[in-house]
Design a protein around this ligand. Structure first.
Ligand code: ADP
Ligand code: ASP
Ligand code: MG
Length: 807
């Protein structure tokens, strides 16, 4: 005998039901099967809604009844094209729902008992519908109402099963029935007075377990919409993966502490009879799924991570606590009398901390205060303290292994990611470690812990991109193309975007191919709101990309660092403003252990800064830096040949996108000064921009022109001067290069004429070149050369910084 249970999504639509029928067809026909079915999709939620709306005198309950009817009739029409006569029995149940809700509406009364009657309709309808479909396949099948087999007490909403009576009834029924397939509704049962009861939300798993245990089934198969019990909730951790084998004990811990995939009470009856559980995916039946039993197997040192949201911590404390006799016994007596499940427990000499469900807090707070009222009056104890909006995150260890190292890693990971830990405690067996954290941190905590315990680098990265100009656009293009290649290895998600007008966010990640449309539909851009929203989203591995040239954006980095968000920037402003600010940013980023990468500040995608850092970090000493760092100026001087005027050449460079819209930004040399300053600072020198010596080659009149057109006019008045510069160099067999230099603590930028003996002589087009003369590279300096400007290479540089950050 096998027991199979199919959850709500597995019978949620016609296609899913056919899928389930295939699974049953492919089952070994020699096996007898009891098949337990949940309500279709979210029917139970809608039924609850109907009851509550009717109770609150809200006529909208009719709308939900109609929705339920449409949903079921659509399934019936799709599965049974030639209308069937059983439809009337389903309609009868729906009519009952309507009449029942109408009376709730009129009398404005909704007891837990009535709610159970309403909720029971979901499983009654779905199982009957499913039974009719299975019959069509020609299998000998019966339908049996579980109310006749499972007996409970009268705790409506979450009734306690009378195991002995239920087992007897189940055994008797299956002994007199010979049909190989029995279809039964999950979740529902009946009280001794034959009233409908339910086994708690998610309770169909439990129904199946009771039937499996009563019949000593060879296996209990739970068919759901995920490929087994995963290392963490797959809706929160995209990298979660199925756990192949679990010990019963571990499965209990995982489900008790938040893994919704199995309803916690399910495990007890099957463990008692040592029946293995197989959790499988209805929509991918060939996958192995998870097997739960007690057979030895190889496993990670950590089995899985669960999280329970919306928990409340209650603290009982006071300096007189140690003098109170049996205070623990008294406390636990109160808890057990009130049937409160404690999910977190930690003590010190004069305080006890308990983690419980939010809904139970009022009841237990009063009961504990009453129990200890005398001690509270005598001021031995304070009245119970309550803290809300907390989550308990638990790392479940392999029950065979030691948890000491694991707990240290858990603590380090959470604190490194700026997650406030209210408390930390082992469970009694020392195989699990729980931390109490804020609700607002639970997603981040789950993801970073999953990374620590289950993933090998690179890490998934969540990006917020500011500035969708030329570079920003190219970056989004690169990400959308690279996603196909990187996806297996690295997951880059863009969570937020902004330009100077609008901003747009999506918690599940933005479709970067449609960035334009998304951005157009976004909210008005306000920089402080953009930053606030990043903080609020509180994603793990968040990186802010600054692809703007804005000073205001550059001023936000420190606010991001302190929240654990990294920055990758091609905006030079932050690192070339005052040395104090530069140093401060570096210090904060280091303190909060977040990436701060600025490779594209100098030479676009060329590995100029990373090479310099590698040299310094490995103990080398820099003697000289010499560089051509302006692709625009280099392009201009390489194209300023006899027969062409200087202004013509500059215009062409501008037209081809080699210069800024105002070419003076390039020609004035300020950009090169900023770049060499950044390199100097990376070398550890505390230089300011004003300390860089500069010999301008652009006449002052040109620099001061009112606008770009009058700049060109002025430029043409100086053609003789520029022509002379070129001819003088040419006559000496030299070329003009705008060079930056750093040596012996001094830095300067100037236009130089250099001969063929110089390594920069052959520099083509708009390329950049940099020479590092170091202690190691003394005779043969280290040279890096290549395209050093343009959106394409800058975006590639940013992308490689992102990949670096992910490692
Ligand atoms: P069913 O309707 O089949 O009973 P449930 O919705 O009750 O399914 O449980 C399956 C869901 O549990 C999954 O879709 C998943 O989102 C959630 N879940 C939470 N934690 C885990 C986990 N550790 N492993 C697998 N699923 C989990
Ligand atoms: N239909 C019930 C619920 O949604 C029981 C179940 O699906 O297990 O809670
Ligand atoms: Mg379930």
């Amino acid at each position: 005998m096998k027991v199979l249970k199919f959850g709500g999504t597995s019978v949620g639509n016609p296609h899913a039901i056919e899928q389930v029928c295939d699974i049953i067809k492919n089952n070994n026909l020699q096996d007898r099967c009891a098949i337990i079915v949940s309500a279709v999709g979210n029917t139970t939620d809608m039924l609850v809604k109907c009851g509550q709306l009717a109770y609150h005198k809200n006529e909208k309950y009719r709308y939900f009844i109609e929705e339920i009817e449409i949903q079921h009739l659509n399934i019936i029409r799709a599965l049974f094209p030639s209308q069937s006569n059983f439809i009337s029995s389903i309609k009868k149940r729906l009519n009952f729902l309507e009449i029942f809700c109408d009376s709730i509406f009129h009398v404005m009364e909704l007891s837990k008992r009535s709610l159970d009657r309403i909720m029971s309709l979901g499983e009654l309808i779905s199982s009957y519908l499913f039974y009719e479909k299975i019959k069509e396949y020609g299998f000998k099948t019966i339908w049996k109402d579980s109310q006749e087999l499972i007996v409970t007490d009268e705790r409506y909403g979450c009734a306690q099963v009378d195991i002995i009576k239920s087992y007897k009834k189940i055994q008797y029924f299956f002994s007199i029935e010979s049909a190989p397939y029995a279809i039964l509704p999950g979740f529902i049962a009946s009280s001794p007075r034959k009233e409908v009861t339910t086994l708690g939300r998610g309770g169909s798993d439990y129904s199946a377990a009771i039937i499996a245990a009563a019949l000593k089934a060879e296996v209990l198969e739970i068919w759901t919409d995920v490929s087994g019990i995963m290392t963490a909730d797959p809706r929160i951790v995209l990298q979660a993966f199925p756990i192949e084998n679990l010990f019963y004990e571990e499965a209990i811990e995982l489900s008790n502490l938040g893994a919704k995939v199995i309803y916690p009470p399910t495990l007890h009856p099957v463990i008692e009879k040592q029946i293995p559980i197989l959790v499988k995916n209805t929509f991918s039946p060939s996958e192995k799924g998870t097997r739960i039993n007690n057979a030895p197997c190889f496993k990670h040192s950590v089995t899985g991570i669960s999280v329970k949201k919306n928990m409340t911590m209650i603290t009982l404390k006071g300096i007189g606590m140690i003098n109170i006799l049996n205070y623990l016994k008294r406390l636990f007596t109160v808890l057990s009398r009130e049937k409160i499940q404690v999910l977190f427990f930690s003590t010190s000499e004069h305080s006890i901390l308990l983690g419980i469900e939010e809904s139970e807090v009022m009841q237990i707070k009063n009961s504990i205060n009453n129990e200890f009222s005398q001690e509270i009056d005598k001021k031995y104890l304070f009245p119970v303290l309550v803290e809300q909006d907390l989550s308990i995150i638990t790392v479940i260890g392999d029950k065979t292994k030691n948890m000491h190292r694991t707990s240290a890693r858990m603590f380090i990971t959470l604190s490194k990611n700026n997650i406030y830990i209210r408390d930390l405690a082992y469970n009694v067996s020392k195989k699990n470690m729980s931390a109490v954290i804020k609700n607002s941190d639970f997603k981040k905590a789950l993801n970073v812990l999953h990374e620590t315990f289950f993933e090998i680098p690179p890490k998934p990265i969540n990006l917020f991109v500011a500035g969708i100009g030329k570079v920003g656009r190219k970056l989004l293009e690169h990400i959308s193309i690279q996603k196909t290649y990187l996806i297996k290895e690295l997951q880059i998600q863009v969570m937020g975007l902004c330009n100077s007008k609008t901003m747009y966010f999506e918690e599940q990640g933005i479709d970067v191919k449609n960035w334009k449309k998304n951005l157009e539909s976004g909210n008005r851009m306000r920089l402080h709101r953009f930053i606030e929203k990043i903080h609020l989203m509180n994603m793990h591995n968040s990186i802010f990309i600054d692809a703007t040239d804005s000073q205001d954006v550059a001023r936000t980095y420190d606010k991001l660092f302190v929240k654990g968000i990294g920055v990758i920037t091609c905006n030079k402003i932050a690192c070339s403003s005052s040395y104090k600010d530069y140093k401060n940013l570096k210090k904060i980023a280091r303190y909060f252990k977040v990436p701060f990468f600025l490779e594209t500040n100098v030479g676009a995608g060329l590995p100029i800064i990373s090479t310099l850092n590698d040299l310094l970090n490995s103990g080398d000493k820099i003697h000289l830096i010499e560089a051509v760092l302006s692709g625009s100026i280099n392009f201009i001087f390489n194209h300023f040949k006899s027969g062409r005027t200087f202004s013509e050449t500059v215009r062409e460079a501008q037209k081809r996108g080699y210069t800024e819209p105002d070419p003076r930004i390039d020609l004035s040399g300020i950009d090169v000064m900023r770049k060499i300053l950044i390199l100097v600072r990376e070398c550890g020198d505390s230089m300011e921009l004003s300390q860089i010596r500069q010999k301008p080659f652009l006449p002052e009149e040109c620099v001061k022109a009112n606008n770009v057109e009058s700049f060109y006019e002025k430029l043409s008045q100086y053609e003789n001067y520029f022509g002379r510069l070129r001819e003088e160099a040419k006559n000496k067999g030299k070329k003009l290069r705008f060079m930056a230099k750093y040596e012996k603590g001094n830095a300067n930028v100037e236009l130089k004429s250099i001969g063929p003996e110089h390594p920069f002589y052959q520099l083509e087009g708009d390329d950049n070149i940099i020479l590092y003369k170091t202690q190691r590279y003394y005779e043969q300096p280290l040279i890096i050369k290549g395209a050093g400007a343009g959106a394409e290479v800058t975006a590639s540089g940013i992308l490689s910084d992102i990949i670096k950050a992910s490692r």
